[in-house]
Ligand binder design. Sequence first.
Ligand code: PGA
Length: 243
Amino acid sequence: MPSKLAAGNWKMHGLTSDLNELRAIAATAKASDVPTLICPPATLIAAAATPGLHIGGQYCHTAEHGAHTGDISAQMLRDAGATHVIVGHSERRTDHNETDVDIQEQSKAAKAAGLISIICIGETLAQRESGGFLDVLATQLRNSVPDDATAADTVIAYEPVWAIGTGRVAEVAQITEVHDALRDDLSARFSDGKEFTLLYGGSVKAANAHEIFSCANVNGALVGGASLKAADFCPIIEALAAQ
Ligand code: PGA
């Protein structure tokens, strides 16, 4: 069985005072026995250390160190206390022109530093409407995930770009179609493909979490806006525990 994961992506939100939210999130994670991860801005990683919670980064460079002003390496994230890193989020792909090959290299750097990668893939609205989105996703998966990835060091997050931060959630049938396809692709490529944790992301909130987690190959969620406040995120953790 893939392990569950409730992951929060704080994006470019959060000051020291917001770390107060983590105590209640950790308490719910412990009580529900759901592995829970918060990826705050890099400035907060060290201070975010909280028993019962995993802490992660939102991006890492492919190199361990070097002349790359403003960048951050996987080794630095690990040193600050991170156990995970999100790579290939659609906002990084768009804002920083990151390609599948870049993302695969970032994932390799993460593994070398001892971090678990959460590799994000997702189609745009135009790609979905053109009908070829399953091919788009299969290509992203093939090219973003390293050949030596294992279920122990890699998590896949399906985040339709049109559902991120829009309040528009993919329907259960749409999520199921994609997650079943991802599971088939992973199982064909990796001996432990059935064990990879598959997350859905895109406007997940308390009100839709139960429905999303009822999909067969959904093992958790990558949550943006609704992970910033314990009052919003804790019910999502509880919904995952109930599956
Ligand atoms: P959202 O973001 O939950 O705010 O839609 C999800 C994500 O980008 O990971």
